[in-house]
Design a binder for this molecule. Structure first.
Ligand SMILES: [Zn+2]
Length: 232
């Protein structure tokens, strides 16, 4: 069996996505690449995580040709391949539909850097890709998703921002290994959740003084009238 260690790393990265609550059922996929061999190992499509073993990982070339494996690779394989082709330091890719990161992707809003947790991992906002055209969706959809990601990062450093939100879809993350990509997917979900709460809190306005006073004073103090009159 080819690339036993890489298969195990990729399996472990996929299981980490499940353990961290980032994938539901068979949503999500992680892959890893052996640059030396020019080969990618990726989760098979639609197989329950409980029954996955290293032998089920599918080995492909960078052009997508299957080298070893009886199962079909994850349908997002072409997106992973474009990332590997454009980002020379990417050794692993992870894709999830984790809820908060996906909410930002669906809102087509980049995640702003609102605090130090974000700044520790991502040197700038986590971007959203441009919306795909009907033509891009109509043929080679998954490859075009990858090309949209790579177009955004042309002239930018993907190592400094190892995640992107695909518009109306969800996050793709990468890292030096499949495990690092899964780790970044978990961190991304955490900062997406914190950013959601921060933006929500920052938008909230205090109630008016009049309404505040009305509710406090109708329960407390001399003029209180809330509840039943106390019997003697
Ligand atoms: Zn997806």
């Amino acid at each position: 069996m080819l690339l036993r260690k890489l298969r195990e790393e990729v399996l472990e990265a996929n299981l980490e996505l499940v353990r961290r609550g980032l994938v539901l059922y068979t949503f999500g996929n992680a892959s890893g690449i052996s640059r030396k061999d020019g080969l990618v190992a990726i989760k098979p499509s639609g197989v329950p995580y409980e029954s996955l073993g290293p032998e089920h990982m599918v080995i492909t070339k960078l052009d997508g040709e299957i080298v070893e494996g009886d199962l079909r690779p994850s349908s997002d394989l072409p997106t992973h391949l474009e990332i590997y082709k454009s980002f020379p330091n990417a050794g692993g890719v992870a894709h999830t539909h984790s809820e908060f990161a996906t909410a930002w992707a669906q809102a087509q809003r980049p995640i702003p850097c609102l605090g130090t947790t974000h700044a520790d991992y991502f040197h700038g906002e986590v971007p959203v890709t441009p919306v795909l055209t009907p033509e891009e969706i109509g043929s080679d959809y998954e490859k075009n998703t990858g090309l949209a990601i790579c177009r955004y990062f042309r002239g930018r450093n993907p190592d400094a921002i190892p995640a992107v939100l695909v518009a109306s879809h969800g996050p793709f993350c990468w890292g030096a290994t499949a495990g690092a990509a899964a780790h970044n997917a978990a961190i991304l979900e955490s900062i997406a959740r914190m950013a959601y709460y921060t933006v929500t809190l920052a938008d909230a306005q205090p109630v008016s003084r009049a309404l505040h006073d009305k509710h406090f004073l109708r329960k407390h103090g001399h003029g209180a009238y809330y509840g039943q009159v106390k019997s003697q």
